[in-house]
Design a protein around this ligand. Sequence first.
Ligand code: BES
Ligand code: ZN
Length: 874
Amino acid sequence: MSTTAMTLLADYRIPDFLIEKTHLTFELHEGYTDVSSQLSMVRNPKGDQAAHAVLHGEQLELLALAINDRALQPTDYQCTAHTLTIYNVEERFVLHCKTRIYPEKNTALEGLYRSSGMYCTQCEAEGFRKITYYLDRPDVMSEFDTIIIADEGAFSVMLSNGNCLSDRIENGKRIVHWHDPFKKPSYLFALVSGNLSCLEDRFVTQSGRDVLLQIYTEAKDQDKCDFAMQSLKNAMRWDEEVYGREYDLDRFMIVAVDDFNMGVMENKGLNIFNTSCVLAHPKSTTDAAFQRVESVVAHEYFHNWSGNRVTCRDWFQLSLKEGLTVYRDEEFSAAMNSCAVKRIEDASFMRSVQFVEDAGPMAHPVRPESYLEISNFYTMTIYEKGAEVVRMLANILGPKDYRKGTDLYFSRFDGQAVTCDDFVACMEEVSAKDLRQFRLWYAQAGTPQLHISDSYDVARQQYRLNVRQSTPPTAGQAVKQALHIPLKLALYGKQGAQTLIIEGVNYGMETVIDISQAEQTLVFDNISEKPVPSLLRGFSAPVKVHYDYQLAQLQQLALLDSDGFCRWDAMQGLMRNVLNARIEGGDHTAAQVVLIATLKQLLERFSTMDAALLACLLTLPSEQYLASFYDAANPAVIGQERAALHYHIAVELQAQWQHCYDALAGNVQGLSAEAMAARSLRNTALSYLLDMDSAQYRSMAMQQFAQADNMTNQFAALKALVHAEHAQLEAKQALQAFYQQWQHDALVVNMWLQVQATRPWGDTLLLVHELLQHAAFDGSNPNKLRAVIAAFAQQNFIQFHRADGAAYQFLAEQIADIDQRNPQIAARLLTPLTHWQQFVAPHGALMRAALASLTERQLSKDVYEVVSKSLTVN
Ligand code: BES
Ligand code: ZN
């Protein structure tokens, strides 16, 4: 087992050396690559003037080392597995270093590696040290020159960051020289060489700079780049309009690669994308995947300012760039599509995934205090909760001051590596608001809970809301302080939203209350009847709200609330009422009657409502989310009762589903928001109808499958058939036809794998074993691992939690195997096992045993950290 020490925020020290200029030369050979570096190093005037120069480096073969053209003697330096120390260096010197690396053998996909023949890099967070010795930390920012040398004719493109200075042939070699005028940390370095085609376009910035936009892919995928290009141009325009941020180079490049641990990487001027996040064509891509492409292209583009121009001082500040950039991409997507639906999706994700992380053994603050392996900290907390924290700041300050704050932040810290606190300080400075208590959001882990109760005084025409906040203890943080929580609310009477008057001040129909004490009471005057409170509107803070709603109140909000999130939340409340009663064996009939009546009313107005919002309102909470409400969740019962309610809704509202399905048939072409919304609603209806064992519905689905002219409809039909136990014959036929049709398209084949791995009935583990043997599977490709193993473990609650624990053991074995090749992916696959404490016996013990079995293996730092933390009982 690894004994590597933790990295602590408290141990942060400024670098003792800086690197003013970085010259890199890559000689690409079949089988190996030689990297020569020339680093203009200088002592940091603020650092330790007596320090030796200590550079990071891993898995490097050192070929040559010199300072200012003097070759170093063995006594001048020392190499360990992770560092190169050079003794007694001057104030200023040029370090020359030559290393040999083996991209062909790099299965971890970190550093320089090969994917389908092309060379590409992934350096964030600490991959650059696998390329050459360097000060591989984000607070060392340098100006990079990169020369790439390969055999003439070997590659059609040889790319790196910035601008291309020259591209020439010499003695049978092609030599390409790139220069990036902007200082950057090594994690933003990128290199690509391959035989790629390119889609080009141009964008003129608001100040008149003409930017060349390029998307590089394999030739066969060139017809799938138009949507990403349009998304890029939309994002560039949006960032100018909303944040006043303009692009700064003459060229912006995107490259698509098949083998990629993450989704996308924001390297300066040369973003590298997983093919799954850039390629899109209506025939082969679902609407959901289109929307993912749009938001991801925007996210990485937005990093050019929030991340690249202003970067992180250290990796504890990761949320400074990721939280801010997620908030920016969420707002962009909301502007491009339905705001209400986007907010519901993000809130739902927070509640079903981040809240679970924040309640489990891997809980950590938005700004963590320690880590063993930084790759494990690209979490829902850093990203999604971090985005919610920025959103709260925006809400507390209001749009004008928030914009002043970001303007100040970008101008003050341009070209620097800074902290989360620097960001908050800008917000404080422009608004003159005291954000001292707010800063706790960065330091305190766990999901705050608001317990809200109310009373109404007819005589005084007064309504009182009592709000109590508390945060449960989390790993290593027993005691929690009260937070500054913006609580947006409205009060509904029979005539609609009431005017809010607090201490004589009129706040209109909706307001944000700053909750800051452990307990406080809000008094509303001039209220003529007991209202229904609409709480946490727009999901104004990442908290859990407990208020004891009556069924009729939930129904009222579900039908009438003007806030999309609250409407959806009220529906979720109605559904949970029924499901909790079913799961706990209580009487669910009254709640179920109200739920059905509400669903019926909603479905009857489907032609006058936002169809995408309606589809959200009609969707049951996931099993994972339901499980998160129990200390000892019983997966089989949860799965069974959720399926039973789904079936009940299908049967009770059969006529409405059928009508909805038929009525929306004509109106579903193209990629407009309306068309996507109509498809989403129609396919929701289809999934309910397929619950019923009826030949008529099966043939309806088969027909949709066969006639679809877009992947959304084709795949929805396939999924409905494969997931319906009574449709085995049709499913088999459809699966075969789908594979026949799409076997040449890796991304669609992944969907084919995924739809099977998520089948809720039968022996899916056995099926998964078969899929792993299928010619279409490739264990070295992260997308394939996600399509089969992650899909099975994370999106197939019922089958993953089979009673004999075989799926847990299966996952552990797969992880042990994958860990040998790709530790980052292996560690990510562990997540579902880490929640063992949530489940009833024998599940918890079986999950724990699967985790424990891993401790007997040789583990990477990545997997070791997650396993050991999740085995520790608090
Ligand atoms: N900087 C990250 C990519 C990254 C993550 C590199 C982890 C190294 C380790 C990038 O900006 C990112 O956040 N990508 C996300 C998608 C994004 C839309 C949230 C991803 O890859 O999943
Ligand atoms: Zn990011």
